[in-house]
Write a protein that binds this ligand. Structure first.
Ligand SMILES: [Zn+2]
Length: 201
């Protein structure tokens, strides 16, 4: 369950100048408090969602909403509100999301670099995750390495999800049949973007 909602926090208060109380008509006694609303998920603020003002006359202590003020009050509030900044912590969630995206790019770049290195020097017991011709995912294991080629065992199973590879990567799923892949085959697979990952123990 995702706990999602919004919350308001007090940002700033001030006395509004040249404003008359609509109730007792006292001048310069109206205070305005600005509250900033933000959307949160699991209590982590994600992004700000507007500001609202509440008002109180310090003379008669009557409270007002913005629509209860006169034109003088509305104008003074508008000017005051424009000076109230939204605190950065209200953007925490957006910052976290941006960091996760950057981290994702970085991790995937690192993996690409690693695969590009390993593909040039095949080693026994390397496990390749690759895209099949039909767009599924499967694996093969290197069982012997030669100067310009290698022997491999294919996995008999394939999966439609990249994340499903772990489920089919079982010892009993690998065929005993030996296939030969030349280094050229491997490189062209890599150049086509068909090698998803290489695991070396
Ligand atoms: Zn008043």
């Amino acid at each position: 369950m995702i706990i999602f909602g919004h919350r308001s926090t007090h940002l700033k208060s001030a006395q509004l100048r040249n404003v008359k109380c609509p109730n007792c008509e006292t001048q310069d006694q109206m205070t305005a408090s600005v509250y900033g609303r933000h959307v949160h998920i699991f209590w982590i603020p994600i992004f700000p969602a507007g500001k609202t003002g509440v008002f109180e006359c310090q003379h008669c202590h009557k409270g007002f909403k913005k629509k209860g003020l006169g034109e003088d009050g509305k104008l003074a509030y508008k000017n005051f509100k424009s000076t109230v900044k939204t605190p950065l912590w209200k953007y925490s969630g957006l910052a976290i999301i941006a960091l996760l995206i950057c981290w994702g790019f970085y991790a995937s770049k690192q993996k690409d670099n690693r695969v590009a290195e390993l593909v040039k020097q095949p080693a026994m017991f390397d496990k390749y995750t690759f895209k099949t011709e039909t767009g599924y995912f499967s694996t093969f294991k290197v069982v012997e390495v030669f100067q310009d080629s290698m022997y491999i065992n294919y996995n008999n199973y394939e999966t439609d999800r990249r994340t499903g590879v772990d489920d089919i990567d079982l010892k009993k799923n690998y065929s005993d049949e030996i296939y030969v892949l030349t280094n050229k085959d491997i490189l062209s697979m890599h150049n086509r973007g068909d090698i998803e990952d290489i695991e070396r123990k």
